[in-house]
Design a protein around this ligand. Structure first.
Ligand code: SF4
Length: 488
């Protein structure tokens, strides 16, 4: 596809919009008219009488043209919205599909919903979502429910609040759809002892900085990878480094991702209980063994059920379970069975992801035959219908690029079991101090929208080999908060 950008700076937004309709097409963005099929032209001319907007689409023998004059004082946001609406309508007509999130291509539709609510009042947003942003009635309703549940959680975050993220970037094997930085233990087991030792050092340094700035820790999340790939002793060591160095007196939640059921043991559950972990996540993704094999997870549905049972027996009363809609070989019927079984276990929260085919994922490289957007859409609709009937409410939602069917990931929880960390990170309402390989510290100025990121080295061997260099970057946390003090 050729996309012409003439006289405006909305290339990124228009490219993402075209990708909704042509997910597999390579998009060539140019500034001068060139031939191509499909071909999209988007042009803006500022004239004395107003702003002229031109959009043209040519796909095979079909052609569409649109031209209009906008008021001269139209701001860039409205100009972008208008251009997107015109192009979306053309593409929708020509391709015969209506992406459910309308012209929204960003990852945080609820953040936008909240911003609009503060500008125009809660009541006016659903109509704006549907009429001005072309979001479907179903997704508008989902966004409204999510926002309603999220508002009170966001209000718990104070200017001095922050959360801590700890990365354990190792997994038993690599899932076919994985695009995270995660190394299979088969290849990297020898790195783990040194990694844990250095990670504990980074945690100590981070705690010192947080305390010197009088920041207040609200939630802890040990994620990955699969943190429970560590031995019980290593897990206990990491948790002890957190407990021993951070002030946890205001911490409301301590999560460990026990993602792969085949890594959950009595000893590890005991280490987490003793260490004060309040929430764990055991992720079946699917309870269909054939699908599990297809995606490269070397465990069975039965192992998920036993891991869940074991965690319950060890006193875990806040368990999340992740599912993925759109997996290869999965069908709406089999997804329905998975969902029914998971609901019958009554975990406190269920997160329904849609498969995202990122560039790094093996599935994508293999062509991902058999993936169908309509099947994923039906699976997500099943979840949206069944979960509220079973007492779950949506409380956080985000989207990723290249999601099958351009759908979304939604966190559902029973009232009182919503994960604060998930809301805080997704809505970017507080700083996240992050430790470990691939971790990204996100500093947020509570008095403005300014966000600054500090990147740790991505891979465990770099994390180990260049540790000092990376630790020095931590000083930027101090500089950031000191600069807030100066500018207030
Ligand atoms: S468990 Fe998660 S991080 Fe690990 S390989 Fe699978 S998708 Fe990637």
């Amino acid at each position: 596809m050729t996309l012409v950008i003439d006289g405006h700076s909305l290339a990124y937004e228009m490219e993402n919009l075209c990708r909704l309709f042509y997910p597999r097409e390579k998009i060539k963005t140019v500034t001068e008219i060139q031939e191509g099929d499909p071909f999209v032209y988007t042009g803006v001319k500022r004239l004395p009488e107003g702003i002229r907007l031109d959009v043209r689409l040519k796909a095979g023998k079909t052609e569409r043209n649109h031209s209009e004059l906008l008021a001269a004082d139209t701001d860039d946001m409205e100009l972008g919205r208008r251009m997107a609406v015109v192009l979306w309508n053309m593409l929708s007509e020509v391709c015969g599909i209506r992406p459910a999130w309308g012209i929204l291509t960003g990852v945080r539709p609820i953040k936008l919903y909240g911003r609009l609510a503060s500008q125009m009042g809660d009541e006016a947003v659903p109509a704006y979502f549907q009429e001005k942003l072309l979001v479907s009635p179903e997704k508008t309703r989902l966004a409204r429910l999510t926002w309603d549940n999220q508002k009170t959680l966001l209000s718990l975050s104070k200017p001095e609040s922050y959360s801590l993220y700890v990365a354990i970037p190792f997994c038993p094997t690599r899932c076919a759809y994985c695009s995270f930085v995660s190394t299979s233990v088969e290849k990297a087991a020898h790195l783990i002892p040194k990694y844990v030792e250095l990670l504990c050092g980074e945690l100590r340094r981070t705690a010192e900085i947080a305390q010197s700035l009088k920041l207040c820790l609200q939630s802890v999340y040990i994620g990955g990878g699969t943190p429970t790939v560590l031995s019980a002793d290593q897990l206990a060591e990491v948790i002890a480094a957190i407990r021993g160095n951070f002030d946890l007196s205001d911490c409301r939640e301590f999560t460990v991702e026990a993602g792969r059921p085949d890594t959950v043991t009595i000893e590890k559950l005991a280490a987490m209980r003793v260490g004060g972990v309040t929430r764990i996540s055991i992720n079946p993704q699917t309870l269909n063994d054939e699908v599990l094999r297809e995606i490269g997870r070397k465990h069975t549905a039965a192992q998920t059920l036993s891991a869940f049972e074991l965690a319950r027996c060890h006193g875990f009363n806040n368990i999340n379970m992740d599912l993925i809609a759109g997996l290869p070989k999965d069908t709406p019927e089999s997804f329905h069975q998975t969902l029914k079984k998971v609901i019958s276990l009554s975990p406190e929260s269920i997160t329904v992801h849609t498969l995202a085919l990122k560039r790094a994922a093996r599935l994508n490289q293999e062509g991902a035959e058999g993936l169908r957007a309509d099947a994923a859409g039906r699976m997500v609709s099943l979840a949206d219908g069944m979960l509220p009937q079973s007492g779950y409410r949506p409380y956080y939602l985000y989207r990723q690029s290249r999601m099958v069917g351009n759908l979304e990931n939604t966190g559902w929880a029973k009232p009182g079991f919503e994960s604060l960390y998930n809301v805080f990170i997704m809505e970017e309402c507080q700083s996240i101090l992050a430790c470990g390989a691939g971790a990204v510290t996100k500093l947020r100025d509570p008095y403005s929208n300014r966000i600054e990121r500090i990147f740790n080295f991505k891979y465990p061997y770099e994390y180990i080999g260049r540790h000092e260099e990376m630790m020095n970057r931590k000083d930027r946390v101090k500089e950031f908060y000191e600069s807030i003090g100066r500018h207030r």
